[in-house]
Design a protein around this ligand. Structure first.
Ligand code: ARG
Length: 586
């Protein structure tokens, strides 16, 4: 059983022994940030006192007197108006660290029962190159998938490509009327992207669905409709464009080290759309409205259209077909949509319709996030001030910056003292892309954030670069000490937590499990970056105060090396859960 559950059981027993009413303790036992006060705190005595009409401190004192977890707790103290501060025994903590060290997954057990999650993320519209706006869904989704898998769940990732929408009508129109053959032969996707931009420029109004009288927009819409109705030429062109577009976005996924179980784009669901509308109609959910078919949800709100007047199906219809197929094929407990917050209304309507229509067992979640902004809340620029057009370009710039940082760091006066590995280009990519991912994942995902090149690769802040550096420096201790890692990890010795710094580091390592679980429950990778930041601080204080290779005795040296090694493994694993790689030397 995990610590928090054990503490909850112990406290519940104490409450019973006092003759107080039974309480649900969920969320009332928390970590204490300042080690001065203990390791965990129970704050439920105050609520109980109110219920009983007793002074809160008295209730807290009585619970403390009856609390008996002698193997785990060293002290129980009443503080403030009625908090219970709990301190773990050093020998108990030390034995937990040993168990953690002996386990491949650092003591994180498999979820019981494991649940099936379908995660829909990245999902760009493919007729144009991936841009900065696709960054967040891609890396947040990937990290959530990694965390849930690590916890032992069954995760199915699906890149729900926008490969069937109006943007194909736009490039089809451009292709037929304004193609530059030579460009297309040289750089097909570049030419398609150019056509997309060119045609869009000719629109008189903002793309406002079906009511427009703008001839260019009308022509594009026609091309889309022809594609959807099986027009031979448009189908052929679509089939010609798709592999080119996919190859282009795959380059970005390769750089980001991101993989999907499925890449069922919107086009995959075309054969089912008729059936969806029919079924919705049969259930009385979809009704005719102004020549179209729509689902009326709330009084006074426009209906969610599932078939337009011209017979075209919508984003909503496709998403409904997608849910139906996911439910039938995967029987998931949860379906997550990692999509930016501007689509909140779409998902609200989608979920409402799907729940009534399919009554799925699956819970549907919109894991939403804010935008990435440049300084001045304008689009992101390179450091020299040019606009960043594509995601690929952004990653290039980050890698360039990383190369500078890594080079300055390996100068004779740099603090690493070790030359970076031979493969400097690959290293710069690991550092640069790690920096981009970490800068994003460390934000509370629901807020917008401002992209900052310099801060992103800082060596002394909450950045991937700092974590990667802490890892590499840690590894260098073992190289310097001439330690055979394989042998070292087999004969794990007990870890001494005598000094305050050792204990604080040990405690922080022990909290790895809680951090991963918390991140998995809330779908929040920033829980992991906050955890890493606390861990890195504890490690740095330990390292400054506790000699490792020069420890007073061989036993102490081995114990401290044990702490270092566990730190390295937790750093590496947590970074991996964020989709970030490490370097053995930096
Ligand atoms: N392709 C959409 C866009 O770029 C995002 C799709 C999100 N997933 C979904 N099932 N609707 O806005």
């Amino acid at each position: 059983m995990q610590l928090l559950s054990k503490l909850a059981v112990g406290i519940t027993q104490a409450i019973n022994r006092c003759g107080f009413p039974n309480k649900d303790l969920e969320g009332q036992i928390r970590q204490v940030a300042d080690a001065k006060f203990g390791d965990y705190q129970f704050n439920g005595a105050m609520g109980l006192a109110k219920e009983l009409g007793l002074p809160p401190r008295e209730v807290a004192v009585r619970i403390a007197e009856h609390l008996s977890l002698p193997d785990i707790l060293a002290t129980v103290e009443v503080a403030g108006p009625g908090f219970l501060n709990l301190r773990l025994r050093n020998d108990w903590l030390s034995s937990q660290l040993q168990t953690m060290g002996a386990s491949d997954c650092l003591g994180v057990g498999r979820a019981n029962p494991p649940l099936t999650y379908v995660i829909d993320f990245s999902s760009p519209n493919v007729a144009k190159p991936m841009h900065v706006g696709h960054l967040r869904s891609t890396i947040i989704g990937d990290s959530i998938a990694r965390v849930l898998r690590f916890l032992g769940h069954k995760v199915i990732t699906d890149n729900h490509l926008g490969d069937w929408g109006t943007q194909f009508g736009i490039i089809l129109h451009g292709f037929k009327n304004q193609l530059n053959q030579e460009n297309f032969a040289k750089d097909p996707v570049g030419e398609l992207a150019r056509l997309y931009v060119e045609v869009r420029k000719q629109f008189k109004t903002e793309e406002s669905e079906d009511q427009t009288t703008d001839p260019v927009q009308e022509a594009c819409r026609n091309e889309t409709a022809k594609l959807h109705h099986g027009d031979e030429e448009n189908r052929r062109l679509w089939q010609q464009f798709m592999p080119l577009c996919l190859k282009e976005i795959q380059k970005v996924y390769d750089r980001l080290d991101i993989h999907f179980d499925h890449t069922h784009g919107e086009s995959h669901y075309q054969p089912f759309l008729h059936g969806v509308v029919e079924s919705l109609e049969k259930q009385g959910l979809a009704v005719e409205t102004d020549g179209a078919m729509g689902v009326f949800l709330k009084e006074g709100q426009p209906p969610a259209l599932v078939r337009k007047r011209d017979g075209a199906f919508t984003y909503m219809t496709t998403d409904l077909a997608t849910i139906q197929s996911r439910v039938q094929e995967n029987d998931p407990a949860h379906i997550l949509y990692v999509v930016d917050s501007r689509q909140a209304f779409h998902f609200q309507q989608l979920f409402e319709i799907a729940r009534t229509w399919l009554k799925p067992k699956a819970q549907l979640h919109h894991v939403s996030f804010g935008s990435v902004l440049g300084p001045d809340r304008r689009p992101i620029k390179t450091r020299s001030g040019d606009a960043v057009a594509s995601l690929d370009q952004l990653l290039d710039e980050a890698t360039r910056l990383a190369r500078e940082v890594n080079q300055s760091n390996s100068q004779p006066d740099g603090s690493s003292g070790e030359a970076p590995e031979e493969d400097a280009a690959g290293d710069a990519e690991v550092i640069g892309i790690g920096a981009v991912k970490y800068a994003d994942l460390s934000q509370n995902r629901t807020s917008d954030y401002v992209f900052n090149w310099e801060k992103m690769v800082a060596m002394d802040g909450n950045t991937a670069t700092y974590m990667q550096y802490a890892y590499a420096r840690n590894r260098s201790i073992f190289r310097k000490g001439g330690i055979d890692m394989e042998k070292f990890r087999i004969d794990l010795r007990s870890i001494s937590l005598e000094t305050a710094e050792e204990r604080q580091l040990g405690m922080q390592l022990f909290r790895f499990l809680e951090a991963v679980q918390h991140a998995g429950v809330d779908y929040r990778p920033n829980v992991l970056t906050s955890y890493l930041w606390d861990l890195a601080k504890a490690y740095s204080i330990f390292f400054q105060n506790c000699p490792v290779l020069k420890a007073e005795s061989e036993a102490l040296k081995m114990s401290r090396l044990g702490l270092c090694d566990l730190t390295a493994r937790v750093l590496k694993t947590t970074l991996d859960l964020l989709g970030i790689r490490v370097l053995e030397k930096m």
